[in-house]
Design a protein around this ligand. Sequence first.
Ligand code: NAP
Length: 347
Amino acid sequence: MTGGTMRTVVHTRQGEPAQVLTLREETECPRPGPGQVLVRLLVRPVHPGDLAGVEGMPGFPDDQPEVRTPGVEGMGIVESVGPDVRTLRPGRRVAVFPAPGTWADYVVVAEHLAVPVPDGISDETAALMLVNPLTLRMLHRATDTALGGAEGAVLQTAAGSSVGRLISAAAIRHGLPLINLVRSAAGARRMRELHPTLPTIATCDDDWREQVRHHAGDQGVRVVLDCVGGAMTQDLAELLSDGGTLISYGQLGTGSTPLERLPLIGRALTVRGVSVLHWPSRTPEERAQDVAFALDLARNTPDLLEVAATYDLADFRAAVEHARRPAKTGTVLLTTSQAPRAGRGAA
Ligand SMILES: NC(=O)c1ccc[n+]([C@@H]2O[C@H](COP(=O)([O-])OP(=O)(O)OC[C@H]3O[C@@H](n4cnc5c(N)ncnc54)[C@H](OP(=O)(O)O)[C@@H]3O)[C@@H](O)[C@H]2O)c1
């Protein structure tokens, strides 16, 4: 514990994170039960989904505990193990997901949700290696199902995001005809430099829809991977070819589109959601394959898990502000620093 106390970021109601989140210091450490391990966390990300969980989002469970702690992944060291824990021992470096409440110095998690981290992977990379790579796997499966072997382009929104960059890298590796959308001209320039072989279109251009149609060609857009939603959903649905699928996995945008305004019936479109929080319900074999994929990605292409900046856990408000900055690249991390705080968290 830090100075004999355990720090936990908590909120008791939903709302603007800067207003509802506070830091609580406690002397009692949670205890692992049967099949569980207690992890002393060192690094955890600030994901957009963590902030959405604090603000409240449709479909998030209402029956949550009165006092909640954000964060679903992170990395740290096994501090102690409960009865019936078979493989993990104290001192083991692990990445955890899903582990609700990682914005704390300690978290208790089931043994099978703590992934041992090999030596070659840094703490920062380990803290980021599960949520976004597993989301990529789920989006990849959903895209394959939606394509069903048919030809056609895949269009993704917010392509400069951390997940978007993983999708671009995967599309290049698998030869998937991906069209990237970003919201600004500067963002488009950054993406074209990073992935010159993929078309990138800025939605600030008046003719962005025509540009998408031009790049999609005769087959049109078969699948949209969308994490913007809101008012943009209407345009995205209209860009789909008949029988196409809109896969919604985030809500970064503003405004809304009533379902009735979408050409779902006449154009035989499908709309479906994907959430990494449903990943634990996959079969043990699929989960093992997905974790092996995440470890491989973390070991061989850690630059795909880019860090925007690190802040001490106590500086969570500054970290949240940074995580929301336009044109940020990578993910903001919250650390439990062993080193003096001065100089950390600089943007
Ligand atoms: N469903 C799931 O299981 C799951 C899992 C992981 C992530 N996600 C979602 O995936 C999305 C991306 O997450 P991330 O961690 O990769 O994000 P990130 O690295 O924080 O990047 C956010 C990106 O979104 C763009 N953006 C922000 N607001 C926008 C808006 N109103 N319109 C268009 N673009 C906007 C930003 O563009 P600028 O560069 O122009 O600022 C930036 O490129 C989020 O919605 C997140 O909730 C979902």
